[in-house]
Design a protein around this ligand. Structure first.
Ligand code: 2M8
Length: 449
């Protein structure tokens, strides 16, 4: 099969082969108690990667699925934040940039023994734990995780809801997981930085991936300025609104925040806790998302820049994520289905091109540059869950076929060209392999969680 082959599911033999490739990728990326997203580009443990990876591991290596989540939560800070990177102390200095020497997490209060970043990522972990349990039940492991998952949510609700409106804000584009999405162009333009500061550093990513497929030096200069701003206040959240230059409410982050409460309600029932408060919080988050981030003029959700109190104009795939909320009102569901089916995103029963990360009709759509156009399996997987939850099985099936076709055509790449399907970024990427296994499991008669 060649890169760019049309999306297709293939026969059972093809599917068995794909499954083997995905398992081999996860096995090769396994590192004593976690899975690295990529041996070359991302050799440490990443937060939301581990959640997606646990969902796939639950299909094939159940014991590892629970170890993956447990190792991540061992690095949880006393305030409840789950760091977006947990550094492997065995790796040499320079194995990843920016490494522990730049984050200096030890300066903060209540940190674990291991070095971490000070940022978070979308809280998809409760959903992952719930799905892992459905596929590979381990009540003891779920019981141990439950209080940590609750603390993760408490951190976001109590420390990151800067306006008291019920949503959590992100303080760095890395927290959204969609680092250089056009969604961040406008708020990032206000972050003072010069691309030339990067002359003082050696970027690790561009030594392993084509620079044209990655964020620019100016993006990185701003990323570092934001890290410095947060680190220099000891990663404390109090007073962020006074001087931190990037504060945004992201629709995907908050959709994950709400979906986590729905998952925690299910988990609470199993572990003998009260699901009621989780259901109430889930309802409040959905209500706040609709009130704060839904734009009736465009019929989609958009990030709100707290510095200007305006919705950002870019129409990215982030806007479709609230579909994962089972209690999203019908008006917003219908509008998002229209948006998903539009020429911007092209979701269909038979998709001729994969789901892009950005509006493909926009002038700033860039087909090979990271989160500015390419297709990613984790986002497609979330959107597909949303379509299933809201009664659109044919669209969900079209998206599933398209995602499986991408991996069939190019392998377990990190991301894919949104026109040709060619593989981009890391060729052996953790969540691509894991979520493919989850998608394939349905052919084995295992329903989606
Ligand atoms: C990417 O982000 C890291 C920084 O966290 C990077 O570019 O070095 C993003 O795709 C993010 O969503 C992902 O979790 C991470 C590891 O796969 O890589």
């Amino acid at each position: 099969m060649t890169a760019g082959a049309p999306a297709r599911t293939g026969g059972p033999a093809d599917l068995a082969g794909l499954r083997r490739i995905a398992i081999a990728t996860l096995d090769a990326n396994w590192e004593h108690d976690h899975t690295v997203p990529s041996r070359t580009l991302y050799p440490h443990q990443w937060s939301w990667d581990s959640a997606f990876i646990a969902i796939g591991l639950a299909q094939v290596r159940p014991e590892r699925a629970w170890r993956e989540l447990a190792s991540l939560f061992r690095a949880q800070w006393a305030d409840g934040r789950v760091p977006h990177i947990v550094f492997n102390p065995a790796l040499r200095v320079g194995a990843y940039f920016p490494g522990p020497e730049l984050w200096r997490s030890a300066i903060a209060e209540g940190v674990p023994a291991v070095d971490t970043s000070g940022l978070v990522q979308p809280p998809v972990h409760a959903l992952a734990a719930w799905l892992a349990y459905r596929r590979a039940p381990d009540l003891g492991a779920l019981r141990r995780l439950y209080p940590a998952l609750v603390a993760q949510q408490r951190y976001l609700a109590e420390r990151r809801d800067l306006t008291g409106d019920g949503l959590a804000c992100v303080v760095h584009p890395w927290e959204s997981g969609l680092d250089n999405s056009p969604a961040w162009d406008e708020p990032m333009a206000a972050v003072p930085a010069e691309a030339t500061v990067m002359r003082a550093y050696r970027r690790h990513d561009t030594a392993h991936a084509d620079a044209a497929h990655r964020p620019t030096d100016l993006d990185y200069a701003r990323y570092l300025a934001l890290v410095a701003s947060y680190r220099d206040r000891g990663y404390r959240d109090r007073g962020l609104a006074d001087d931190h230059p990037f504060l945004v409410e992201c629709p995907m982050f908050n959709a994950a925040f709400g979906a986590a409460e729905h998952a925690l309600a299910e988990i609470a029932v199993l572990v003998g806790a009260d699901p009621g408060p989780h259901r109430a919080r889930a309802a409040r988050i959905t209500e706040a998302l609709v009130r704060r981030l839904y734009d009736p003029a465009t019929g989609t959700f958009a990030p709100r820049d707290l510095r200007t109190d305006r919705l950002v104009p870019a129409r990215t795939v982030l806007g479709l994520a609230p579909l994962i909320l089972p209690d999203l009102p019908a008006r917003q569901v219908d509008a998002l289905v229209v948006e998903a089916r539009s020429a911007r995103f092209g979701v269909a029963r038979r998709m001729d091109r994969p789901l892009p990360s950005h509006d493909r009709t926009a002038p700033d759509f860039e087909p090979v540059r990271y989160w500015r156009g390419p297709s990613w399996l984790n986002v497609g997987w979330l959107v597909r869950r949303g379509l299933l939850a809201h009664g659109h099985p044919e669209l969900a099936a079209g998206l599933r076929r398209s995602m499986i076709g991408l991996v069939a055509g190019a392998g377990c790449h990190e991301y894919f060209h949104p026109d040709t399907g060619a593989g981009l970024g890391s060729p052996a990427f953790g969540w691509t392999a894991a979520l493919l296994l989850d998608l394939l499991a349905e052919d084995a008669g295992i329903p989606p969680g």
